[in-house]
Design a protein around this ligand. Structure first.
Ligand code: FMN
Length: 321
């Protein structure tokens, strides 16, 4: 079974395949999520571009956006064929653009539909189907409504709930503000675990350190981190040892980067632009001597047409570690 004690959150434009390949040199056991992929993109777009991934990226979960049960079912079959270890439904994204298409947080008002979607998906695949949601939306933010949502959705057979511990405000806030302004409420997520002990409850939102993660694990089954894992990736270096009690993937950020080089070279050979990969490592030496210069050199040079592996080597020379 999938170990969800620690995961990196789905993040549009951030958690692409390059990022995940990089993250694997920092942690082997963390469950990694894709960016959200809509059913439309899979059924009518270049699905290979969105869904392909390398074997090294396991354990990996794909996140789907949609609310048409038949479309989600078809996508679940496709994702299982691609080899994903889990299929997750997005019921947490507050973007306006997606509300019109009934994707994301607005679905919290429709627990029956969410249950139907998950049941359709789960009926056709053998990998676990999970849901990621908020603790409420707008003025519908009582614990009673949240409890009703989870109770109802669990009837679909879904037994893993990833809960972003703040509500979404659908009118007037940007998606970014919706990750900052509504206050965090971890106690509500703990309460869900108490009320539904048979469900796997994963907590998300504002968590930054391994110590905080361990504290949450005394109350819930797993911790999901988004921004901190992305902008300060070296925090992932200790996860395998401290959370999974396994050997670390790399000892240091420098070692992790060295181990990532063969991937970068092979991607450059295939015509991938350095900047598309190196943007994910800008924060790797955050807080370390020369880390800022490393970042600056890479951001200024990795997008130039002449950028090559040499550009990265020159960036590394700015480090004093
Ligand atoms: N959540 C999703 O469920 N699907 C997404 O595609 C998604 N895209 C995001 C893109 C960005 C740039 C960020 C910062 C967050 C995104 N999120 C998305 C929300 C995160 O998954 C997570 O719930 C949120 O950032 C709170 O966790 P954190 O405080 O650890 O970052």
């Amino acid at each position: 079974t999938l170990d969800r004690r620690f995961s990196v959150a789905p993040m549009m434009d951030l958690t692409d395949s390059h990022y995940r390949n990089f993250a694997r040199h920092l942690t082997k056991h963390t469950l990694l999520y894709t960016e959200m992929i809509t059913t439309g993109a899979i059924l009518h777009g270049d699905k290979h571009r969105f869904l392909s991934f390398a074997n090294e990226e396991h354990p990996i979960a794909v996140q789907l956006g949609g609310s048409n049960p038949k479309a989600l079912r078809e996508c679940a079959i496709i994702c299982e064929d691609y080899g994903y270890d889990e299929i997750n439904l997005n019921v947490g994204c507050p973007s306006d653009r997606v509300q019109n298409n009934m994707i994301g947080a607005c679905l919290m008002d429709h627990p029956e539909l969410v249950a139907e979607c998950l049941a359709e998906m789960q009926s056709t695949v053998s990998v676990p189907v999970t849901v990621k949601h908020r603790i409420g939306i707008d003025d519908r933010d009582s614990y009673e409504l949240l409890h009703h949502f989870v109770e109802h959705v669990a009837k679909s057979g879904c037994s893993t709930f990833i809960v972003h511990a703040r509500k979404a405000i659908l009118k007037g806030l940007s998606p970014k503000e919706n990750r900052e302004i509504p206050p965090l409420d971890y106690a509500t997520v703990y309460q869900l675990k108490k009320d539904f002990p048979q469900l796997e409850i994963i907590i998300n939102g504002g968590i930054k350190t391994i110590q905080e993660s361990k504290n949450h694990l005394n109350h819930v089954d797993g911790v999901m981190i988004g921004r901190e894992a992305y902008y300060n990736p070296s925090m992932l270096l200790n996860i395998d040892e401290e959370i999974f009690l396994e050997a670390p993937a790399s000892q240091t950020a420098t070692q992790a980067l060295a181990a990532f080089f063969p991937y970068i070279s092979s991607q450059l050979d295939k015509g991938t632009k350095l900047g598309h990969i190196s943007r994910h490592i800008l924060g790797l030496f955050h807080g370390k001597p020369g880390g800022r210069k490393f970042r600056q050199y890479l951001s200024e040079n990795a997008h130039l047409p002449t950028a090559s592996i040499k550009t990265l080597e020159l960036a590394i020379e700015h480090l004093n570690i």
